[in-house]
Design a protein around this ligand. Structure first.
Ligand code: GLN
Length: 285
């Protein structure tokens, strides 16, 4: 009786925290402190004694790694020094649902994220607008998809470039290295000179200054960056790749993937996901 009362109180407290702090910044101070693996009725209050248990790099904390130059999904707020964005809100809410704090590691290059999760020991999850692909699924597990996406070709306003004219050895088409945009160029513009770089802002600046003829990048990022920082660039073509973003988790930690999926499912049914979509995209997607 005493035990079940205290567990019930814990669940209520965890629920109250999740409700009140759903959009709190990741990496900031969080009030959750539980490290139990789940709050379902059948679970034990001890992670080690539960079949649902998972491992964490740091007890009580969901440690996140990302490439933090991909607005509106993840970027550094220069004022606060904290990461912000759609993905940051999503993973922060996931951590809240799991009764965990959430901490970001320093910025990493995009093409190191999947290898880093595969290798283990540094971060529990990577959320970085990562498209679920067969190749990546050989290295890591993914959560259920949390957002649909496509690609865009970006060029200077007034440009006469098309997919056909870009497919020429004299054309420099930039992308972020190791991305699905990089793959798309290799497959669909085999004659163009594909230039993979680390940083999206540098790539777009290069399109602006004429260093590159075009960039291929995720459509929501193109839309956001062009509206907010690169008004002299245009989306010359939207490419319906039908991609879906997932959260990357080690194959050695299948119960963490299950717990993250449970949190995502709860966020879809209780309206948290809708409110995060509305916050960043003005409407649900
Ligand atoms: N969605 C793209 C991919 O997974 C780009 C992700 C990114 O640059 N953060 O390759």
């Amino acid at each position: 009786m005493k035990n079940s009362m205290s567990r019930r109180q814990f669940i209520l407290a965890a629920g109250a925290l999740a409700g009140s702090a759903v959009l709190a910044g990741c990496g900031g101070s969080s009030t959750s402190s539980s490290s139990t693996s789940t709050s379902t009725d059948s679970s034990s209050s001890s992670a080690s004694a539960s079949d649902d248990s998972y491992t964490l790099v740091k007890d009580g904390t969901l440690t996140v790694v990302a490439e933090l130059g991909f607005a509106p999904f993840e970027y550094m707020n220069d004022q606060t020094g904290d990461p912000e964005g759609f993905d940051v809100d999503v993973i922060n809410a996931v951590a809240e649902k799991m009764g965990l704090q959430c901490e970001y590691l320093p910025n990493q290059k995009f093409d190191t994220l999947v290898p880093l999760i595969k290798q283990g020991g540094k971060a529990d999850v990577s959320i970085a607008a990562i498209t679920i692909t067969d190749v990546r699924e050989e290295s890591v597990d993914f959560s259920e998809p949390y957002l649909d996406s496509n690609q865009a070709i970006v060029a200077i306003k007034g440009s006469t470039e098309t997919e056909a004219t870009l497919n020429d050895a004299s054309k420099q088409v930039v992308c972020q290295g190791g991305t699905t945009g990089n793959d798309w160029i290799t497959e669909n513009l085999p004659n163009a000179t594909c230039v993979p770089v680390d940083d999206v802002t540098a790539a777009l600046t290069g399109v602006q200054t004429g260093l590159y003829n075009a960039m291929v990048v995720d459509l929501p990022v193109a839309k956001y960056m062009l509206t907010n920082s690169f008004s002299d660039l245009d989306i010359i073509e939207e490419i319906a790749t039908g991609e879906q973003y997932g959260i990357a988790i080690s194959k050695d930690n299948p119960n963490l993937t299950k717990a993250v999926n449970k949190a995502l499912e709860d966020m879809k049914s209780d309206g948290t996901m809708d409110s995060i979509e509305t916050k960043w995209f003005g409407s649900t997607i």
